[in-house]
Ligand binder design. Structure first.
Ligand code: 5RP
Length: 225
């Protein structure tokens, strides 16, 4: 089965977890996009009354365009469930997220939810985190400082740019430094080291946050927890 086929399969399963009356966090990225489409289809078909909070402007707009009631955390600060993709899923449901640049809002929305369900295709499950570059969101002014400190720590930061070479900016108007670690043997230590740098807004290590991962495989959807 293609990677997109796997994503669609897990998106359908995740949309099935949403029940009438729920407050739902909707994630960002291509897998989340499919989940939002499936959720929109369920709302149309079954008349589910749900309210959603999105982890990016793009997902907010997509959800609204599909007929979902998308509000802000101000209006809905407590969520029953947050459903989102990931770039890597390691042991203990340790995650790298932020490939789509939404790590800050994703971590905020995840932390507002009782349950965080991670939806991935089989390529995302790894024995150790770190092959996927770890995104670090940084205040613009602090970029040279943070870059230097990350380099000293051996994390090989590279500023994210658009294809044409212009600076990539997050929804919160910050830069992203992608850290080419190759391996992250101790994610707790790495998270603490990065968090301690002044000017870092957030990093893409999501530790002890996921409640369940739904992993699409050619044979079906596997649950990890
Ligand atoms: C966005 C994310 C995404 O969830 C992550 O990048 C996975 O994306 P995709 O489903 O497209 O593989 O963290 O910031």
């Amino acid at each position: 089965m293609s990677q997109d086929g796997e994503k669609r399969k897990v998106a359908v399963r995740a949309a099935g977890l949403v029940q009438d009356g729920m407050a739902v966090g909707i994630g960002t990225g291509s897998t989340s996009r499919m989940f939002i489409e499936e959720l929109g289809a369920r709302v149309k078909r079954e008349g589910l009354r749900i309210r959603c909070v999105a982890s990016s402007n793009a997902s907010h707009e997509l959800g609204a365009s599909l007929g979902l009631e998308v509000v802000t955390l101000n209006e809905l600060p407590e969520l029953d469930i947050y459903i989102d993709g990931a770039d890597e899923v390691g042991p203990g449901l340790a995650l790298i997220k932020g490939g789509g640049g939404a790590l800050l809002r994703e971590k905020i929305v995840a932390s507002a939810a009782t349950r965080f369900v991670v939806i991935v295709d089989s390529s995302k499950v790894v024995p150790q985190l770190g092959k996927f570059p770890l995104p670090v969101e940084v205040i613009k002014m602090a970029k040279p400082l943070v870059e230097g400190k990350l380099t000293k720590l051996g994390y090989n930061p590279v500023q994210r740019k658009h294809v044409g070479g212009s600076d990539y900016l997050t929804d919160e108007n910050n830069f992203i430094l992608d850290c080419h670690c190759d391996t992250i043997p101790d994610p707790v230590k790495t998270a603490a080291e990065i968090r301690a740098i002044v000017g870092v807004v957030e990093h893409g290590l999501f530790l002890h946050m996921g409640s369940l991962a739904l992993v699409a495989t050619p044979e079906g959807v596997r649950e990890l927890n």
